[in-house]
Design a protein around this ligand. Structure first.
Ligand code: NAD
Length: 250
């Protein structure tokens, strides 16, 4: 309880899956949360559910397409207008893509890179000035185990998530002086709508290779994000936290 008391968080892709789980955990730990997503109705529903559970207006859904600068500007303004500022950004929105190098069209490549990579950069660009006004902050960028290792498919996804890993370290170096910490999280297979629709023959080998031999619930990533977002992680920046049942350890 109260690990994030007094803090305001903006979570991209907060309507469902891991982003929604993080919204629920953040609110339970005392934060105010703004859930930004292209799924407007689902984001509003998740926010209402959090408010009902908390018994107070601590969550808000806003329209946010992470590829659009104007949407980020408006989402950050919502944090300030509705809840008084911004302390935490979780760059969680992302899309999966399982195509290999030759199978990926230019349009598909641009779409994955724009959402998964450019979206993370834009989020930091617009959130950091608001965090500076608060005297610091914490940014958690959701990458993947596929941002650390390669595989035969998912070319654009690997490229985007690998970029998030190093962009995180660059931003950590740049903003340490502003007391803004920046870390990346690298989930393995997590049970969300994303994996519900993924080809089973691609997922199962990843599950089988991990020493823990199972997929995870979104909350198992969410608690790690709570830690990195909180003051408990006050000396943690530029780090990459794998949450993968040991997949990348062996
Ligand atoms: N599920 C997994 O196994 C897994 C593993 C490693 C990493 N990840 C990463 O975790 C993050 C969350 O994924 P998830 O598993 O919860 O998937 P999900 O599909 O359930 O949730 C992703 C959310 O991002 C939103 N989104 C997509 N495009 C957007 C855009 N342009 N602007 C704003 N929002 C947008 C979706 O509407 C959705 O609500 C993603 O970055 C994903 O790549 C997931």
């Amino acid at each position: 309880m109260d690990r994030l008391k007094g803090k305001v968080a903006l979570i991209s892709g907060g309507a469902r899956g891991q982003g929604a789980a993080e919204g629920r955990l953040f609110a339970a730990e005392g934060a105010k949360v703004v859930l930004g997503d292209v799924l407007d109705a689902e984001a509003a529903r998740t926010a209402e559910e959090i408010n009902a559970r908390t018994g107070a207006r601590v969550a808000l859904g806003v329209h946010l397409d992470v590829t659009r600068a104007a949407d980020w500007r408006a989402a950050v303004e919502s944090c300030t207008r509705e809840f008084g500022g911004l302390d935490i950004l979780v760059n969680n929105a992302g899309i999966a893509d399982v195509r290999g190098v030759e199978e990926t069209s230019e349009e598909q490549w641009d779409s994955v890179i724009n959402i998964n990579q450019k979206g993370v950069w834009l989020g930091m660009k617009f959130a950091i000035p608001a965090m500076r006004k608060r005297g610091g902050g914490s940014i958690v960028n959701i990458s993947s185990i596929y941002g650390i290792i390669g595989s035969p498919g998912s070319a654009a996804y690997h490229a985007s998530k690998g970029a998030v890993r190093l962009l995180t370290k660059a931003a950590a170096a740049q903003y340490a002086a502003d007391k803004i910490r920046v870390n990346s999280v690298h989930p393995g297979v997590i049970l969300t709508p994303m994996t519900d629709t993924a080809p089973r023959e691609q997922l199962q080998p990843v599950i089988d290779k991990a020493p823990m031999k199972r997929a995870a619930q979104p909350e198992e990533v969410g608690w790690c994000v709570v830690f990195l977002a909180s003051d408990e992680a006050s000396f943690v920046t530029g780090a990459e936290l794998v949450v993968d049942g040991g997949y990348t350890a062996v």
